[in-house]
Design a protein around this ligand. Structure first.
Ligand SMILES: [Fe+2]
Length: 206
C-alpha cells in the first residue's frame, strides 16, 4: 500500500445559499448605493467604512445569520466551540474592470464574504499559498507539470453564487482578479473568538 498524506491542510468553507433569493435582492438594493470609499488600488472598487455589526439593522441581521457558521468554522480552526463575534463588517461594490489587490486581514481570525450578486468566474476569490520571502524560490510550473494541492501556489473558488458565504483563516493571502462580468456586490467581515486557551495560557479578545 502507498499512502499520500496531506499534512496541515488549510480550511476554506463555502456555505451555499446562506441567504435566500428574497433576502439577497433586498440586501443588494439596500447596500448598492452606500459605498463612498474608493479602493486604494482600483478605482472600480468601492467600500463602505468598516464598522461593527450593530451599526445598522442590515448588518445586525446579516451578522445574526453568519455567526452560527462562523462558530462552526471556528471549531474546525481551533477544535472547540468558542464564542465568536463579528468585529468588523463592510460592503464592497466591484464594478466591471475593478479588482481587489492581494492582501490578508490583520488582527482577525476568521474572515468571510457574503455575496449579494453572483461573482463572474473572472472575479472569484483567489487564495495564495505565499508570495515573496527572503530566499531564492524554485518552481516547476510549465506545460508538462500537473498542478496539484502540493505544488500549487494559488487556488480560485470554482463558483460563487448570490447568497453564498465563504470563510477562510484571516492570515490567508487572497485577491480578486479583474472583474470581466457585471457589478459584483459583497459584504465582508472579520471575526474573533472571545478567548483562546493554550494549556492554561489564555488570551482574551474584545
Ligand atoms: Fe479580504
Amino acid at each position: 500500500m502507498t499512502q499520500l498524506i496531506g499534512l496541515f491542510p488549510t480550511p476554506v468553507m463555502r456555505v451555499e445559499s446562506l441567504l435566500g433569493a428574497d433576502d439577497v435582492a433586498a440586501l443588494a438594493k439596500d447596500v448598492a448605493g452606500t459605498t463612498s470609499m474608493t479602493n486604494a488600488y482600483s478605482d472600480r472598487l468601492s467600500h463602505t467604512a468598516v464598522t461593527g455589526d450593530q451599526a445598522n439593522s442590515l448588518f445586525a441581521r446579516l451578522g445574526g445569520l453568519v455567526l452560527p457558521k462562523v462558530a462552526e468554522f471556528g471549531e474546525v480552526l481551533f477544535g472547540e466551540q468558542l464564542r465568536w463575534q463579528i468585529k468588523e463588517i463592510w460592503v464592497n461594490v466591484l464594478e466591471p474592470g475593478g479588482r481587489q489587490a492581494i492582501h490578508t486581514h490583520a488582527n482577525s481570525f476568521i474572515s468571510g464574504v457574503v455575496y449579494l450578486t453572483p461573482a463572474h468566474p473572472s472575479a472569484n476569490l483567489v487564495f495564495h499559498k505565499a508570495i515573496g520571502g527572503s530566499d531564492f524560490i524554485f518552481n516547476n510550473n510549465n506545460p508538462n507539470a500537473a498542478i496539484n494541492a502540493f505544488n500549487a501556489g494559488k487556488w480560485a473558488l470554482p463558483v460563487t453564487g448570490a447568497g453564498d458565504l465563504v470563510m477562510f483563516p484571516s492570515y490567508l493571502l487572497h485577491e480578486v482578479p479583474v472583474n470581466q462580468g457585471d457589478r459584483r456586490i459583497s459584504v465582508a467581515f472579520n471575526a474573533i473568538p472571545d478567548r483562546l486557551d493554550n494549556l492554561g495560557y489564555a488570551i482574551r479578545f474584545a
